[in-house]
Design a protein around this ligand. Structure first.
Ligand code: G1P
Length: 289
């Protein structure tokens, strides 16, 4: 089956409790990596992979996300009058990046529930899901790597990465035979398996390429781990039908949903910036052991 990646869903209704007090009035998706909000990095990945429409699943009090991708008249006018063309172009480029649709998830009932909320905006086509906590720095966008595999095989795809055995309980974990290209034909997938019971050490990282019938499956899914509607439980249905591939993606992944992971992501992205690299390295060399 042939399909292209046109639409992506970005769940963004979470309360960001791990980043309080920063997230009391500011959505966690707006916290910057250096000077770029994490959600802009995620949207950029989707756009580079060919997506034309982004569906943000939003919660109350998070309109800053929509504003960020909208025109900002006062700011643009001021920048233009002051002749700051570079900054003006940078600001304008953000609102021209993509068509953004926002839907509300009225209560936080889990990732599966958030994806289901995007159904009216996605309709009857294949779509990508990108989780804002997982930053993947790679030449070929990670969601594009999944789309490529999905188009070649006609199957759904999730990103997989090996993690240490003592971390599997934090993730969806998948197992199945390896295919000749190194990807996995997933036969089993479980959400946050209790310590010692994981079927493998291959963790699901927040990139998914899904068929439209996932919505009907999600409607049937009963609350699972943590009492929430889990996307993983719907993926388990696809896996049982032989319709789910685990993609061993190329790229460096950062867990920006974790304080230490967020700090490391900031340092890693800053070290790639010619204007910041030397100054940052000079500081780090001075830091006492
Ligand atoms: C979610 C998914 C989980 C996945 C993880 C990746 O969990 O439910 O399957 O492994 O994202 O980051 P969360 O981190 O939201 O608890």
């Amino acid at each position: 089956m042939k399909h292209a990646l046109r639409k992506v869903v970005i769940p963004a209704a979470g309360l960001g409790t791990r980043f309080l007090p920063a997230t009391k009035a500011v959505p966690k998706e707006m916290l910057p990596i250096v000077d770029v909000p994490t959600i802009q990095l995620i949207v950029d990945e989707a756009v580079r992979a060919g997506a034309q429409q982004v569906v943000v699943v939003n919660g109350r009090g998070k309109t800053a996300i929509e504003d960020h991708f909208d025109r900002s008249y006062e700011l643009e006018d001021t920048l233009q009058r002051k002749g700051k063309k570079d900054v003006f172009d940078q600001v304008r480029r953000i609102s021209d990046m993509v068509r953004l649709v926002s839907v509300r998830q009225k209560e936080p009932m889990g990732l599966g529930h958030a994806v289901l909320a995007a159904r009216p905006a996605v309709g009857e086509e294949w779509f990508g899901v990108l989780l804002g906590d997982d930053l993947i720095d790679s030449d070929e966008p990670a969601i594009g790597q999944l789309a490529r595999v999905s188009m070649q095989t006609g199957k759904a795809a999730v990103a997989l990465m090996p993690v240490p055995d003592d971390q599997t309980q934090m993730y969806g974990v998948a197992a199945g035979p390896a295919l000749p290209d190194g990807n996995i034909q997933i036969e089993k997938i479980v959400e946050k398996p209790p310590r010692g019971s994981a079927p493998s050490n291959l963790a699901v990282i927040g990139r998914y390429l899904l068929p439209p019938d996932i919505f009907g499956i999600l409607e049937q899914v009963k609350p699972g781990a943590g009492g929430e509607i889990q996307l993983t439980d719907a993926l388990a249905v696809l896996a049982r039908e032989g319709r789910l591939i685990g993609v061993r993606f190329n790229g460096e992944r950062h867990d920006a949903g974790d304080r230490l992971g967020y700090l490391i992501a900031n340092i890693a992205y800053a070290l790639k910036r010619p204007d910041l690299r030397e100054g940052l390295l000079a500081y780090m060399r001075k830091v006492p052991k």
